[in-house]
Design a protein around this ligand. Structure first.
Ligand code: FAD
Length: 346
């Protein structure tokens, strides 16, 4: 039986582990069980449309079906709600934004995602109107991580420890770590990969983000609102609002400025009083060219990386984990666009 060690159990490590379990691998996952991480903070939204620029997400036509299928299958396996498809109402923020959409609305590439619905809530402030889209939704990231970690699977071993690079040994068959021998070792460490001695050439551009959970009585929106931030219904009159972007202050601490920015954005969209019930921050593992980093170390081909999911871990991970599984099976070469070695000096 093929075997793999995965370091890190955020969205990347979890999706890769579940994908390789389906391929019959024995999977060992190391994670230091953090109290916070990008994946624990993420609202889990997936969305084929980039609202501000009104364009489709990179590879949306391939990524979205893979995403929907993967989490739906996992939901059946875990027997617990995991993926929640929701329509999205994009608010125009100006006449230019509205006109920009008007010139694009008949483009065939948007047709699968355009939705017709009755007017949105009267409590939404929308001087320039908006447009409904479908194909979006969210995945419960806490549930995803928890279910993967705690499932009883004969081929999965979860080890709640910090992984120590110094104990890796390279063997002709693969790698050995402590008493485990595996065919491959994949690092899925999020921004902590910046300390990884084998992949220190990855040009991360980490982006801190903050999210709020708010309570708004009598709003009753059962769709995602996109207006500079997303407002995502969670039931019981609560909504997640996110997210901020900060490339200068890279830490996991929620800030007064972040809270203020998000509250102001909510006030511009909802004409009802609201209460902030939670405030979190995390660091997105983004890359300078905004593409995932996947592949193998040039001198140690049994060491790999699955990272760089940036702001879109939920949408990107299933398609690219499947791609990596196909590469490992020898069915296709690694896509050059996401190959980690695109950053090696020629
Ligand atoms: C505020 C905010 C909102 C977001 N909203 C969304 C959203 O709505 N939709 C979306 O798709 N994405 C969203 N994202 C982005 C998303 O969070 C990331 O794309 C995704 O979480 C990256 O996952 P990851 O597994 O690569 O990294 P991480 O989540 O950082 O996970 C890395 C894991 O590796 C572990 N680890 C690292 N080094 C070691 C080691 N040496 N030993 C053991 N364990 C180790 C860490 O403990 C951690 O658990 C958001 C991000 C932020 C910050």
């Amino acid at each position: 039986m093929k075997s793999v060690i995965i370091v890190g159990q955020g969205i990347a490590g979890t999706v890769l582990a579940e994908t390789l379990l389906l391929q019959g691998y024995k999977v060992y996952i190391y994670d230091q069980a953090p109290t916070t991480s990008s994946s624990l903070v993420a609202a889990g939204v997936y969305n084929p449309i980039i609202a501000k620029r009104i364009t489709t997400s990179w590879m949306a036509a391939q990524l979205l079906p893979a995403c929907q299928q993967f989490y739906t299958q996992l939901q059946a396996k875990y027997r617990t709600p995991l993926i929640h498809p929701l329509d999205l109402y994009m608010l125009f923020d100006s006449i230019e934004h509205q006109n920009n959409w008007a010139t694009k609305a008949t483009d065939a590439k948007y047709m699968p995602w355009i939705q017709q619905r009755p007017p949105a809530s009267p409590h939404i402030i929308q001087p320039y109107g908006g447009q409904w889209f479908t194909g979006s939704g969210y995945v419960r990231t806490h549930t995803l991580l928890h279910q993967c970690r705690t499932q009883q699977h004969p081929q999965l071993v979860y080890i709640p420890e910090l992984f120590n690079y110094a104990h890796v040994e390279h063997t002709p068959q693969g790698v050995t770590y402590q008493n485990i021998t595996a065919d491959y070792l994949f690092f899925c460490e999020g921004v902590q990969a910046q300390n990884n001695p084998w992949f220190d050439y990855i040009p991360f551009k980490p982006a801190k983000g903050e999210v709020l959970t708010i309570k708004v009585e009598n709003f009753k929106a059962d769709y995602i609102i996109q207006s500079g931030v997303y407002i995502l219904p969670q039931g019981n009159d609560t909504y997640i609002v996110g997210a901020t972007y900060n490339w200068d202050q890279i830490d996991n601490q929620p800030t007064a400025e972040g809270k203020e920015e998000l509250m102001l954005k909510v006030q511009k969209v909802i004409n009802l009083p609201f209460e902030v019930v939670a405030h979190k921050a995390g660091i997105r593992p983004a890359i300078t060219d905004r593409r995932p980093v996947i592949g193998f170390h040039p001198q140690h081909p049994k060491l790999g990386v699955f990272n760089g999911l940036g702001a879109k871990g939920i949408l990107l991970a299933p398609y690219f984990a499947q791609h990596l599984a196909q590469v490992l099976a020898g069915h296709m070469p690694l896509s050059k666009e996401i190959d980690v070695n695109r950053f090696l000096r020629k």
